[in-house]
Design a protein around this ligand. Sequence first.
Ligand SMILES: Cc1cc2nc3c(=O)[nH]c(=O)nc-3n(C[C@H](O)[C@H](O)[C@H](O)COP(=O)(O)OP(=O)(O)OC[C@H]3O[C@@H](n4cnc5c(N)ncnc54)[C@H](O)[C@@H]3O)c2cc1C
Length: 359
Amino acid sequence: MRPLVILGGGPAGAAAAITLARAGARPLLLERSAATQEKVCGEFLGADAAAALAGLGIDLAALGAVPVRRAIFAAGRRQGRFDLPFAAWSLPRLVLDEALLALAEASGAEVRRGVAVTAAAWGDGGWRLRLGDGRVEAAGAVVLATGKHELRGLARDAAGGSVGLKLALEGVPIGDAIAVLACAGGYAGLQPRAGGGANLCLALPAGTPGLAAAARDPAALLALVAGGSAVARDLLRDAVAVWARPLAVAAVPYGYIAPAESGVFRVGDQAAVIPSLCGDGIAMALGSGRLAAQAILAGQGAAMHQAGWARHVQPGMRVARAMDVALARAPGAVALAAGWLPGMARWAARRTRLGDPRA
Ligand SMILES: Cc1cc2nc3c(=O)[nH]c(=O)nc-3n(C[C@H](O)[C@H](O)[C@H](O)COP(=O)(O)OP(=O)(O)OC[C@H]3O[C@@H](n4cnc5c(N)ncnc54)[C@H](O)[C@@H]3O)c2cc1C
């Protein structure tokens, strides 16, 4: 039986693997993709994500990340601009996830790519993990890091119906800003993409008018976002989609926080899902992965670890959810407030960074 298996090789699984391997454990990490994939993600890395990555030994500038220094909130004819209260970066997930998995391997973890886990079941003092090729792996402890994807036998009890979309663009004069752009049903994020161009990303409630067309057709997605504000119209005027269609993910359960349960260490999106653009899921993935690994090394039970993580994220999650509701229902007021009261906007930006509390 394997003492420890990590399911999923995104930032959460990789951070857990690196921490465990550096402490002398030799975890097995199973990642279903044979090669790193594009993921629906704004690719914004705030101060706590940057600090967590630096702590692991990842140099964002060396990987080609571009700095993000300013924020713009726009709705209708209104807009508010402020300087971010911390250094932030943009880095494609293709680059970040690859660097993290390579580091996990170099640190001594056994990383198997192209291996999907299709189900997990507890019995006879251990986990039985069914693999995509029909084989079964036995494990003493499991770190569940499958992100947005549910695993049979360990699915989250999470309600939620947001649909996430992402589109790489050329011809967008975004500079070093992240723009939060109101649009029908919610808001989108636009920021520079390392290597040139820009990244447009949004999550809207399922059933939002125009969403189905936007998920299929870049022109429909650009029209949906450009229709929400004068700033978006200007920024997207000469935008050219790099991909034939947007990347999409369904059923994102914003606000979810995993309850304390024994037997499995949930990390990343399996532990908590913060509304996009109101908080940094990657920082939370890195922080929860590292903390779960430390709990395992200290012999702490999964339930105690999970309860601690829930206590840590709850206050910031409340602020992020309030921001999410305000952006969806009163985006003009948020844009005005961001411009008039940049101190408040910076306070909210800081309050919703929920990485590793000990880092
Ligand atoms: C619209 C949107 C925009 C976002 N923008 C940002 C942003 O700008 N900044 C930010 O910090 N966060 C953002 N996030 C959140 C961020 O993307 C996630 O919080 C983060 O990716 C979570 O990391 P993770 O490791 O838990 O999961 P993931 O990154 O999803 O990784 C999970 C891994 O598990 C693998 N896997 C899944 N199922 C299996 C299986 N059965 N067997 C084996 N492997 C499996 C997958 O292939 C994947 O590699 C955004 C999210 C959305 C929806």
